[in-house]
Write a protein that binds this ligand. Structure first.
Ligand code: ZN
Length: 139
């Protein structure tokens, strides 16, 4: 993916984030994630039924990297099984840490494949995935 395309996907998800806005539905699992090094403070909600992530939402204040990453993750994860979600999280973390990963499972999240060049932004890109991980682990 070329630099220009990556940037435009990120900007689009930052300016028009998908799945933004929380619900009052108590059946959703909720997690708040914030960063000490950035303005990022996002709350995520996931509706999980019979091992399938049926819905994903988020809201809050965050930088462009974190907001676009949350938008891409919540959109990508809907309809996925917990097993598939864990696979996505593992591969995404490996990508951020410059380890081997399968880009075929990451969809638009591949736009962060060079975020390691900005070490202080890695946390921003990871935040939504760490939130989902917490929810799946039941923490
Ligand atoms: Zn950030």
């Amino acid at each position: 993916m070329d630099e220009h395309l990556k940037r435009s996907i990120m900007i689009e998800h930052y300016q028009n984030p998908l799945n933004k806005g929380l619900t009052d539905d108590k059946s959703y699992k909720k997690v708040n994630m914030n960063s000490k090094t950035c303005i990022d403070n996002l709350t995520f909600e996931y509706k999980i039924n019979n091992g399938i992530i049926e819905d994903a939402r988020f809201d809050g204040e965050a930088c462009a990297i974190s907001t676009s990453s949350a938008s891409i993750l919540t959109e990508m994860i809907k309809g996925k099984s917990i097993k598939e979600a864990k696979e996505i999280i593992d591969n995404y973390k490996n990508m951020i840490d410059e380890k081997e990963y399968d880009k075929n499972v990451l969809g638009d999240a591949n736009v962060y494949d060079e975020i390691y060049k900005q070490p202080n932004r890695k946390k921003c890109a990871l935040l939504p995935y760490e939130g989902l991980e917490k929810v799946l682990e039941g923490k």
